[in-house]
Design a protein around this ligand. Structure first.
Ligand code: G3P
Ligand code: MG
Length: 251
């Protein structure tokens, strides 16, 4: 696995959100390809598990919003998941796109040479089995030389991943920055804090950077706002539209 130090030394200032989800259906292989096509080098995607314990790439616990199906992923087998159309809801151009497995996403990322911020999105109550399965699969097939960071809003998932594969850098996801952020990051062994754009102030950026942590802000789709955060010292912004950033910012 690539070390924490190397991951952050290679991490670009612009990270594609759910692939490049402003331009292609989120969390699909098409979204990864689109991200690469427009020049993105690192992406964020979300991972959860099926009923038969296969890690699949999807943001919500339910397939309703991003496919032609409905119901919780945790109650569906991989075979059922793979019958769904996960592209038509976005546009006809992507009709027939599937919900990928983590394995398929990994193969595509490796082909494209994209670094990954993998966000664990467990169904509440299923954080440990989800993390165990993701860890097992990563140990099985993640390419050693491909940059990988694990992030989650779920603290149990972060601790469990740290216990199972301590070498993978981890990111602590939050909306508002908690007052005791430093203690939380230190205690959980997380190298980075990822927070929601509305809640970030210049003083907080200064303090977090001074304490030696990496700071990522999501979801920033306005290049002027990205420029502001990067100017404050934020390490990377996560965006649905990497193309807008590449067109407007000097990186
Ligand atoms: O990792 C940044 C962002 O993806 C976190 O929120 O809900 O889009 O997964 P969400
Ligand atoms: Mg996410």
């Amino acid at each position: 696995m690539i070390t924490e130090e190397e991951f952050f030394s290679r991490m670009p200032k612009i990270i594609g959100h759910r692939g490049a989800c402003g331009l292609a259906p989120e969390n699909t292989l098409a979204s990864l390809r689109k991200a690469a096509e427009i020049g993105t080098s690192f992406v964020e995607i979300d991972v959860t598990v099926t009923q038969d314990s296969v890690a699949v790439i999807q943001h919500d616990n339910d397939v309703r919003r991003c496919s032609n199906g409905s119901g919780p992923i945790l109650l569906k087998t991989l075979e059922e998941i793979q019958q769904l159309d996960a592209g038509s809801w976005f546009s006809d151009e992507f009709k027939g796109e599937k919900i990928p497995t983590l394995r398929q996403a990994t193969d595509t990322l490796a082909d494209l040479g994209l670094g990954l911020n993998l966000e664990i999105k467990p169904c509440s109550g299923w954080q440990i089995p989800t993390t165990e399965q993701v860890a097992k699969e990563l140990l099985d097939y993640w390419p050693e030389d491909l940059p990988l960071l694990i992030s989650s809003f779920n603290v149990d998932a972060l601790y469990e991943m740290g216990r199972l594969i301590p070498d993978i850098p981890r990111g602590y996801l939050t909306s508002a920055i908690p007052p005791d952020w430093e203690e939380r990051l230190t205690d959980s062994g997380c190298a980075s804090l990822h927070c929601e754009r509305h809640y970030v102030t210049k003083d907080q950026v200064k303090a977090i950077k001074k304490a030696g942590f990496q700071l990522l802000v999501y979801t920033v789709n306005d290049p002027e706002e990205a420029e502001k955060f990067l100017g404050w010292g934020v390490d990377a912004v996560i965006t649905d539209f990497p193309d807008r950033m590449f067109g407007a910012l000097e990186l």
